[in-house]
Write a protein that binds this ligand. Structure first.
Ligand code: WT7
Length: 655
């Protein structure tokens, strides 16, 4: 891919926002001195530093013998220690000096239709214990994989924590994925239990989750049990001997279920994400290191306190929801808000209404959402006070300075620090982000690594890039929350992340570092696109397209999109005798939605009689990207385009 990197130097952004003195005073890291102390400690001996944080922030049943065992590319953290993630998120808030948290809200949940539920730590503990016993009753054993395909309802968090409690490995599939994608993931995980719901609410409509599961299970032979949460109430098929209602199973379940003492390296979950090939990878995270990483970053980066009401808008189906709706937040004993539905239902001010309704203090969302709100107009925001907010965060893609400034002014009222957090499904938790109250921010940069994390920007040869010179973003040393592998595929794990640079983790992102050492992320340098903060693989969409009988060949590229960051454009050549038409365009979009999920639907499909290729037969992606972005004139855009002339012109400089 090296020849294809087009890292452009970004506009030099000079606005600086120093931490507000009042914020700093009350923060966990209360200023530059405290911050430097933390960094110095981490730089001096990062293993000892992580060990201290692990001891202070996580409860262990058995201490570790060794902080880190590192046999590149395989890391083990807190070797020999025993703990339990569910215990850390629940039980320890009901005991000893924290026992008062029993009646504190753990989850405040808002359904899209306007219904709501609050589960205290006591409630959540009871429900999780009961559901763990349900899982055991279904024959689930430690190490078994459980697939969760659910709406954003408290039962999803309950199911996760129940798996974690007994050492079953959850694999959550985002509710926007289609039957085909679900089937692949279930088969890859060889799961025999699926937890789902009849449906979920989205923009006033029912998302028919159970129907999708029924379709997916037609080709998934391992599944014996399906547990169904009743959420939307429409009639669904309940297959005898396979499907059972959550509420019926829970009725008689015992609330007594001690947390299993699990090895620090016991698998916690797998989560599928797109890579550079057609097949999604099951990213594997384990218990102890992931718990330490998410707990500690939640505390310091969100400055999370006992008194906070924290809301991350991500769906739990993505890593952000795993780490920063559920695990990292509950482990700190804070209150997490969960919202089921769309930001524009019933009106475009739903998020701001929720913030005022629950007095949310910390708000974490994606740049694509911020740009959407900006477009919807300030009047929706101005209807609400938002005065409870004290910190804002962003994640998922580079944030453009205009959106950052709007977020600061319109949502944060120029009062709240913004943490732009860079990380990935693979990293488990945040790696690069300002520490609020200590680090001066500038719109568009995720600023500095979290102390104890060692990223770098390197050139093709693996040598550190010069100041402001674009290069590859890598991480030089292992970290507690790092992925432990790709489920069932150690070879791909090595190739994907550890082969480009020796014993160094390659992120797939391009970046530059400025004279202050701040990291400016410039987006993916591989065949992965970041569409509205969701990761999509060009190859995955291409193979979905060629699985349609009318398609001979396809090439998928991204183009800049004002709201989504990247839009998806598919160039398609058709089988002989097939006519290009608008109808076919619509059919192909639908086909991709069916094969992968609506999130992968191309924004634009362009027909061509042949894909432009170099003499050696490589598809000229750079040319296609230019065409998609409108940087290259293609003359008359009739339905059937011919890029062969352009291809010939370009052939010499690409390939
Ligand atoms: C990719 C990871 C981590 C949760 C959400 C996405 C991009 C993520 C930022 C940021 C610039 C960012 C990167 C990364 N990304 N956060 N703050 N600034 N880019 O998780 O689906 O695993 O995607 O998202 O390109 O590699 P993911």
């Amino acid at each position: 891919m090296a020849d294809e990197i087009a890292i452009e130097s970004m506009l030099k952004e000079r606005r600086k926002f120093k931490p507000d003195a009042a914020f700093s005073r009350q923060a966990h890291v209360n200023g530059v001195t405290a911050y430097n102390r933390m960094r110095k400690e981490a730089d001096k001996n990062y293993q000892r530093y992580w060990a201290r944080l692990a001891k202070e922030n996580v409860t262990w049943f058995t201490p570790w013998k060794k902080v880190l065992s590192w046999k590149p590319p395989f890391a083990k953290w807190f070797v020999g220690a025993k703990t339990n993630v569910s215990y850390n998120c629940l039980d320890r808030h009901l005991e000893g000096e924290n026992a008062w948290r029993r009646n504190k809200a753990a989850i405040i949940w808002e359904g899209e239709p306007g219904d709501s539920r609050t589960l205290t730590y006591g409630d959540l503990h009871r429900e999780v214990c009961k559901f763990t016993n349900v899982l055991k009753g279904l024959g689930i054993k430690k190490g078994d994989r459980v697939v969760l395909y659910m709406p954003m309802v408290p039962e999803l968090a309950i199911a996760m924590l129940a798996c974690a409690r007994m050492g079953a490995v959850h694999s959550i599939i985002f509710g926007g994925f289609s039957a085909e994608s679900i089937r692949d993931r279930i088969n890859d995980a060889e799961a025999h239990t699926v937890v789902t719901a009849d449906g979920g609410w989205r923009r006033g409509q029912v998302v028919p989750l159970k129907n999708m599961i029924d379709e997916a299970l037609e080709g998934a032979k391992t599944v014996r049990n399906v547990v169904v949460v009743q959420r939307t109430g429409q009639s669904i098929l309940m297959k005898d001997g396979r499907d059972q209602w959550w509420h019926e199973l829970m009725k008689d379940a015992s609330p007594d279920c001690p947390a299993a003492k699990l090895d620090a390296e016991h698998p916690l979950f797998t989560l599928y994400t797109s890579g550079t090939t057609g097949k999604p990878k099951g990213i594997l995270h384990t218990t102890g290191g992931y718990l330490v990483h998410t707990t500690v970053t939640s505390k310091y980066i969100f400055d999370l306190k006992e008194t906070d009401t924290y809301w991350c808008t991500a769906d739990i189906g993505w890593i952000t929801g795993h780490s920063y709706v559920v695990y990292g937040i509950l482990s700190n004993g804070a209150t997490t808000v969960m919202y089921e539905g769309a930001p524009n239902h019933p009106e475009q001010d739903r998020f701001w209404e929720i913030i005022d309704k629950y007095n949310v203090t910390i708000f974490y969302t994606a740049p694509t959402a911020i740009r959407t709100f900006q477009k919807w107009g300030d009047e929706h925001v101005k209807k609400h006070s938002l005065k409870s907010l004290r910190l804002l965060g962003t994640v998922g893609e580079p944030i453009n300075p205009a959106a950052w400034m709007w977020y600061r002014k319109m949502i944060g009222k120029n009062r709240c620090p913004i943490v732009d957090t860079w990380w990935q499904t693979e990293t488990g938790g945040i790696l690069i982000s300002p520490i609020p109250g200590a680090v001066t921010t500038t719109p568009g940069t995720a600023t500095l690594p979290f102390p104890g994390i060692f990223p770098e920007v390197v050139n093709e040869a693996g040598k550190p890039a010069k100041t402001d010179e674009g290069g590859y973003l890598v991480v030089k040393r292992p970290w507690p929350g790092m992925l432990r592998g790709i489920y069932g595929d150690p070879k791909r794990y090595k190739e994907q992340y550890w082969s480009k640079f020796k014993d160094t983790y390659f992120t797939g992102d391009g970046a530059r570092r400025d004279k202050n050492g701040y990291f400016w992320i410039m987006g993916r340098v591989d065949d992965v696109m970041n569409v509205a903060g969701h990761r999509l693989s060009t190859m995955e969409i291409e193979s979905a397209l060629v699985s349609h009988p009318s398609v001979a060949e396809s090439a998928v590229v991204g183009r800049p999109d004002e709201i989504k960051g990247t839009g998806v454009v598919a160039f398609v050549s058709l089988e002989k005798g097939i006519e290009a038409s608008e109808k076919l365009q619509a059919q192909l979009k639908q086909h991709v939605a069916k094969e992968i999920g609506p999130i992968a639907k191309p924004d634009d499909i362009r027909f061509t009689d042949a894909l432009p290729k170099t003499r050696s037969g490589k598809i000229m992606r750079r040319l296609l990207r230019d065409i998609a972005a409108g940087r290259e004139t293609v003359g008359d855009t009739t339905t059937l385009e011919d890029y062969s002339v352009l291809a010939k012109l370009r052939d010499s400089d690409e390939g």
